[in-house]
Write a protein that binds this ligand. Structure first.
Ligand SMILES: [Zn+2]
Length: 264
């Protein structure tokens, strides 16, 4: 082991030992499936970037000191500059060790987060939830789906401009704003800590930050403000503790479809 450390210290890219060329692996950075680079939830896909990683057979999530909390994972793919691995369900925060044929490399520290739990589908009924668009609509194509292309964090629901928008789930308005990409948007936090975001609204929301809203309460109208090529609602659903407050976006389509199927 001490020889490997000496090699790694003196020659990070490669070294010669007794005439054989030895590629010393190194892990330089992470990218989690959530887009973050220093932390990643259990069960998410994690990309390790570095050099000489092609022969990686195992990634050990070291956790704290000692072996009892070590968790081993087999990479899904390994190439010279990247390894893709799923964060094990019982992994803990700490450094990772990458094992190649006969060497290893220790990564920077990764913060391991609990697995996000998708919120339960809103209970049906007049108080439990409402489909957010009051009018004809459709769910578009794959590009409109959660995850469809370019880190799409929500589901688009296409509808004519000026179709009324209502709150899907009761809660408190935590934000109303205009932003270059989102256009006019509003964020509502439900009592269970999950949040919903409604984007590209025709005009600023008719509710204000701090307002208490019931499900089915009007918020404004469908529009195409911000970066949008057609009138639609971009709807996001985030796990507790909410939208950019430590929660994570989850696919809202099951919830939308459940609300869509409810009699109005
Ligand atoms: Zn969208």
């Amino acid at each position: 082991m001490s020889i490997l450390i000496a090699l790694a210290a003196s020659a990070p890219a490669s070294a010669r030992t007794g005439g054989a060329s030895v590629a010393v692996p190194a892990v330089k950075s992470f990218k989690c499936g959530t887009g973050e680079t220093t932390r990643c939830p259990r069960g998410s896909v994690l990309r390790l970037s570095g050099v000489h990683l092609g022969a990686t057979s195992t990634v050990i999530f070291l956790g704290k000191r000692g072996k009892s909390d070590d968790r081993r994972a087999r990479p899904q793919t390994a190439s010279p500059h990247r390894v893709i691995v799923e964060v094990p369900q019982r992994a803990y925060s700490g450094r990772l060790r990458v094992i190649t044929d006969d060497m290893s490399a220790t990564s920077p520290r990764l913060r391991v987060l609990p697995k996000p739990v998708p919120p339960p589908i809103a209970a049906s009924g007049p108080l439990g939830g409402a489909f957010p668009i009051r009018g004809a609509h459709d769910y578009g194509t794959a590009i409109n789906a959660f995850g469809g292309g370019r880190d799409h964090q929500g589901q688009d629901v296409l509808a004519d401009c000026a179709t009324p928008l209502v709150a899907a789930v009761a809660g408190t308005v935590t934000l109303t704003k205009f932003q270059a990409r989102a256009g006019n948007y509003v964020v509502i936090k439900a009592d269970d800590g999950t949040s919903q975001a409604y984007m590209h609204m025709l005009k600023p929301a008719i509710v204000k930050k701090g307002d208490r809203v019931a499900s089915g309460q009007p918020l404004g109208d469908v529009g195409q403000t911000g970066r949008a090529s057609a009138c639609h609602l971009h709807f996001e659903l985030w796990t507790a503790p909410g939208w950019y407050e430590g929660g994570a976006p989850v696919d809202p389509l099951p919830m939308l479809k459940a609300l869509d199927a409810m009699p109005t």
